[in-house]
Write a protein that binds this ligand. Sequence first.
Ligand code: SF4
Length: 381
Amino acid sequence: MEYTYPDYYNKFSCIAGKCEDTCCAGWGIYIDDQSMEKYKKYQGKLKNRLHNCIDKKEKSFEQIKGRCAFLNEENLCDLYAEAGPKMLCKTCRRYPRHVEEFENLREISLSLSCPEAARMIVNNTRKVVYKTKERESREEEYEEFDLFLFTKLLEIRDFLITTLQRRELSLELRMSLILACCHDLQNRIDERKLFAIDDLLCRYETERFLKKAETKFEEYEGSTYEAVETLHKIFRNMYRMEVLNDLWPSYLKECEKTVFALSEQEYIEKKKEFHKAYPEYELQYEQILIYYIFGYFTGAVYDKRAYDKVRFALVNVLLLHTLALADFINKGEFTKERQIEIVHRYARELEHSDPNLEELEVLIGYEEEYKLEPLLCCIWT
Ligand code: SF4
């Protein structure tokens, strides 16, 4: 079995009681079958609590006011404190490690929804590198796993990450290149012309193509009306999502009021001011884009929707940028700490809810505002 993970992965360490948030509140914690068996047989001090605080039908820990029943006032886990790490279920043992499963390959990342992981990702100024390790285990054979498509997706993902790391190019250009490239290659996937993908990637790598593409993309710079309208629609679509933290909708409303009450001219000016005051944004969104591309892109082997995965990454960054802009306008400044706070709260709402991920997938697949041109307007305005 091969394991792929980012180079910062092994540096992660949970800060437990010092954490400004907790991973044990705000969503149901699924208990795997093995842990369920372990809890049934447990005879220690917490026997009765374990019996009473597990929802056996849902296979999850009971929640008290949105917090796991085992989470104490210091935000520490009583189960861990009393019975040790072996008593944790798989979800708690792994979090914030997220594992994507493919035939004979596991891809591991750290979830942005954990503030400490978000801090590592946002603070990382180096170009992230992905490492691979191999471990002896039984060969897997997934039914209907399209190995050829998967190999191509891995090649494309390398190209996307390399493009995003071309820091000599503006972030707008990097984002547009990966968007346009995946728009073009989706046809090749749909028509099963997978060999034609190599030519497309080679074309995108030439300087001549780059110059031509840049000139074309820059035409979107003047589309302020379309851009703000599109961005507003994309923003409002967030209200359709399941709410995990009760404060989230009012926070969104406040940000919406701040950003979308501006005239087009004011919007452009505030955005420019923000970028000038906080130039780190380019580096940080590069890391976040790569986080989403690494974590979600190869999932296209199961649904063949590679273009949607890239749009998903871009839309998340456009929304994060809008939330950051609102913060900047309201406070007159923006800091790395605020960026980390926004990124982790956003990831919590989105990535810890399957219905939310599915909703966004449907929106991206079917709604006009997620098409190529409207997204290019948002990127370049
Ligand atoms: S959210 Fe992250 S840092 Fe905080 S307690 Fe959970 S794993 Fe630890």
